[in-house]
Design a protein around this ligand. Structure first.
Ligand SMILES: [Zn+2]
Length: 311
């Protein structure tokens, strides 16, 4: 290709938003929904602002380009930073002040590490979904789904650990079964057929079973503690309910594509359902982390019956 043509092929365009005062690296332009490759056509209500056909280096550079993925990328990048800093704060202040044991440190490290992995997988997908190779895009999508499972594992581990603090048998049963379940889902998620249209129903079913599995230990925990009238249940059950409420609303936004389905083309850059889902996921993990701190302090102040030395 002659030099002049090559230059014009790299000409920078910004879709219909060419007047936005952003510095755009050479070779990155934005496309409308009609212009993007079929594998990127997930949401017809987002009509413009797509990145596409990019090599890895430009995918990375596009982090600074205002596109319809900007909020998705940065919300979970900031989420990663949040859980990293929470981890530093826990290790330096919260856990020492609470008189934490070695086990507490391990549980907090595992939980926050899972949240951070989830955030980074998501950032990776939203950065590289515009890759020129469909295979690369699909691989990152699989990793994004797997990251959600890891994030859910990060919720289960401290939840089960502190709920069954005084019952090591059931604590082990639930920790092992949750780990087995997540591992099974994880292997399904890296299966080549996982992202196919035929597995769409199975994908939702697996996701719901992973999220819904928590109902079993939660009910068992209420029963073991003497029902809804018990003090500890009254303190912590509402917190578990709030957690499920955030998770359920996040899921509803995710699958229904509300609100952009009612305002097609108007929420391309801000306010789309996937962005709401991202923010709710960060909020949910944060809420659960604060709940873990709360219940840990409670456990340290109220030793298990018959184990007065514990904590
Ligand atoms: Zn996402």
């Amino acid at each position: 290709m002659p030099q002049k043509l090559l230059k014009s092929a790299h000409y920078i365009e910004l879709g219909s938003y060419q007047y936005w005062p952003v510095l755009v690296p050479r070779g990155i332009r934005l496309y409308t929904y009609e212009q993007i490759p079929v594998f990127l056509k997930e949401n017809p209500y987002i009509t413009d602002g797509y990145r596409a056909h990019l090599p890895s280096k430009l995918c990375l550079k596009s982090i600074f380009v205002l596109s319809n993925e900007t909020v998705n990328i940065w919300s979970h990048l900031l989420g990663f930073l949040l859980f990293f800093l929470l981890g530093v704060n826990d290790m330096a202040t919260v856990l020492p002040l609470s008189g934490a044991s070695g086990e507490d440190y391990v549980i907090y490290s595992v939980g926050l590490f899972c949240f951070q992995v989830c955030m980074l997988c998501s950032v990776g997908y939203h950065l590289f979904c515009c890759h020129r190779s469909e295979k690369t895009c699909r691989r990152w999508l699989a990793l994004d789904y797997a990251g959600i499972s890891v994030g859910i594992l990060g919720c289960y581990v401290p939840g089960v650990f502190y709920a069954f603090y005084c019952d090591s048998f059931w604590r082990q049963v639930y920790l092992v079964s949750v780990l087995a379940l997540i591992l099974a889902v994880f292997s399904a998620q890296v299966h080549p057929h996982y992202l196919s249209q035929q597995w769409k129903l199975l994908r939702s079913a697996l996701f719901c079973s992973v999220a819904g599995y928590g109902v079993l230990p939660a009910c068992h925990w209420v029963w073991l503690n003497g029902g809804f009238g018990a003090d500890i249940v009254q303190v912590f059950f509402p917190r578990v309910m709030v957690m499920y409420l955030i998770a359920a609303s996040a899921f509803v936004f995710y699958i229904t594509k509300i609100p952009e389905r009612y305002f097609p083309g108007q929420l391309n850059y801000l306010g789309a359902s996937h962005q709401v889902w991202h923010v709710l996921v960060v909020l949910m993990f944060y809420w659960w982390h604060q709940t873990a701190v709360y219940i840990m302090n409670y456990r340290h102040k109220n030793p298990c019956p018959g184990h007065a030395t514990r904590g």
